[in-house]
Write a protein that binds this ligand. Structure first.
Ligand code: ADP
Ligand code: ZN
Ligand code: MG
Length: 507
């Protein structure tokens, strides 16, 4: 039976505050065990937690960027369970009144823009760490991490493939990093992802029994674990079995998931509002002020681009007019392996994205039957499903574009060929510059014999201009270069043409 895959993600982002969520202890990583603790995060009786304003600010900043509503009043709750790394016997979290709700992120996976709804984002404290290695017959507990602020971001079950879930996760990570609220490091656990996955018969309106996946510390493992689960669940259902709702752990060595706990042994957390913490009231003014800092972040980023890549105000403004442009630019620049200067590469790349792409998008839109748009950025045609593809880098993967830009900068291809290849890349989906150049026979002509033939032809055909040049009118030189390039179909190596042409004309 064909099944539909249903995925929802729970992501824990460790917030980059200097101190913990309810006490002044440092959150710095790597200190000796239990040196960054105090009576509050050790869970001593009689102590009182005090909320860290920066953590609340970061949660609001993230909520705004994720299109959430920020609750004017929200509250902390106790999530009760026993574990050695949780000295209070409960974790302070948020339950029925989270700080952010009802957001969304648009992922442009495979060209079709798709909205993943975000159910909630709430603040909570992290637990400590149990250490099982190095001590024979004993386990130790390090509470340095206990009380570190986390933002848990939970989606609706809106994703339908592991690739879609990864696209969401990557986009979320990029946003958190850009907002400077989380370092986004999955390997070190500052960004933790728990996919929930179920199957249901195609067309079924009800959700199937889900499994929650843990112990995933990279995009690679996230994808592998989800793919494994799809196979496992399909097999169980095909054989007429039933699935149990459970938490399963990814085992990277065996490349499989195994049950950790089932619903029968699932915790009853007995959530209740934390009586030690007053409800959190968030004023409109504060929210607006934080919205302003989002703009400042953008300005800082624009300045960085100007400095790093020598971009003009105009280029930076066009790029910054949509975060997706900026992200694509930076993604491409990061793929540059040409060895050329950042300024050289940055300028060419910015020209390509802000000017060449505009022309190509016009063509794309008119091919798709859309009116030619006169807006400054016709790439943003709202009905064009291809729109997302450009900036997701699926239309022209960043690596491919950089290969082409480097070829142009090194003079390996002429301007007209650059444009022709770019257009082909734009419409051919994923072909590389070298593939296109080879397939279309656009390889540059550098051998002197062939070039001399073109030059001799041009000289023979234009005696008048030759006379002018030899008579001292140097301005006609450009005419010859143009004619030779034209004769070669744009394939002549410009540097070589120069050299030979000068020689021939002065002979
Ligand atoms: P739990 O209480 O077990 O954490 P929730 O209902 O709070 O479950 O959902 C947790 C995550 O699982 C959310 O991201 C949600 O979208 C997702 N989810 C819920 N039900 C399903 C399902 N049947 N299949 C896939 N994902 C699901
Ligand atoms: Zn402390
Ligand atoms: Mg859960």
């Amino acid at each position: 039976m064909p099944y539909e895959v249903v995925i929802g993600l729970e992501v824990h982002a460790q917030l980059l505050t200097a101190s913990k969520l309810f006490c002044g202890c440092s959150t710095a990583f790597g200190a000796a065990a239990n040196t960054q603790t105090c009576p509050v995060c050790l869970g001593m009786p009689g102590v009182l937690p005090v909320i860290n304003g920066k953590a609340v600010e970061f949660a609001i900043r993230t909520g705004l960027a994720l299109n959430c509503t920020v609750a004017p009043m929200n509250r902390f709750a106790r999530k009760n369970y026993f574990y050695p790394d949780l000295p209070k016997g409960y974790q302070i979290s948020q339950y029925e009144l989270p700080i952010c709700e009802h957001g969304w992120l648009e992922i442009g996976h495979n060209g079709t823009p798709k909205r993943v709804r975000i159910r909630r984002a709430h603040l909570e404290e992290d637990a400590g760490k149990n250490l099982h290695q190095g001590i024979a017959g004993a386990s130790h507990v390090d509470l340095n991490r206990a009380g570190t602020p986390l933002l848990e971001i939970v989606t609706e079950p809106d994703m339908r493939t592991p690739d879609e879930a990864i696209a969401y996760l990557k986009m979320l990570r990029d946003i958190l990093v850009y907002l400077e609220v989380c370092d986004g490091n999955m390997e070190e656990g500052s960004l933790r992802c728990e996919p929930n996955l179920s199957l249901r018969p195609v067309g079924s309106p009800t959700l199937g029994t889900k499994v929650e996946l843990k112990n995933i510390n990279s995009f690679k493992y996230a994808k592998a674990a989800m793919e494994y689960e799809i196979k496992r669940q399909t097999k169980v259902l095909d054989e007429g079995g039933t699935l149990v709702q459970e938490t399963r752990l990814w085992n990277p060595e065996k490349k499989e998931t195994a049950p950790m706990r089932s619903k029968e042994e699932a915790h009853d957390y007995r959530y209740f509002p934390d009586p030690d913490l007053v409800p959190l009231h968030i004023s409109k003014e504060w929210i607006e002020q934080i919205r302003g800092t989002l703009r400042e972040l953008l300005d800082a980023r624009k300045n960085r681009l100007k400095e790093q890549f020598g971009l003009s105000d105009y280029s930076v403004d066009v790029l910054a007019s949509d975060k997706k442009f900026l992200e694509y630019f930076e993604k491409c620049a990061a793929e540059d392996k040409s060895g050329l200067s950042k300024i050289e590469v940055g300028k060419e790349l910015a020209n390509c994205i802000t000017i060449e792409f505009r022309g190509l998008a016009r063509k794309m839109n008119s091919r798709a039957g859309f009116e030619q748009s006169n807006t400054p950025l016709p790439l943003r045609h709202p009905d064009s499903s291809e729109y997302g593809e450009i900036w997701q880098g699926t239309l022209i993967p960043a690596k491919n574009l950089m290969e082409l830009v480097a070829m142009k900068l090194r003079g390996e291809i002429s301007g007209p060929i650059y444009k022709a290849v770019l257009e082909e890349m734009f419409f051919s989906r994923g072909k590389t510059a070298s593939e296109i150049i080879e397939a279309k026979g656009l390889t540059q002509v550098s051998d002197e014999g062939s070039l001399e033939k073109f030059i001799d032809e041009v000289i023979a055909k234009n005696p008048q201009q030759v006379e002018q040049y030899r008579g001292g009118k140097e301005a006609v030189y450009g005419f010859f270069v143009g004619q030779v390039m034209k004769a070669s179909g744009g394939k002549a190596n410009p540097a070589k043409v120069n050299e030979l042409l000068k020689r021939k004309l002065t002979q």
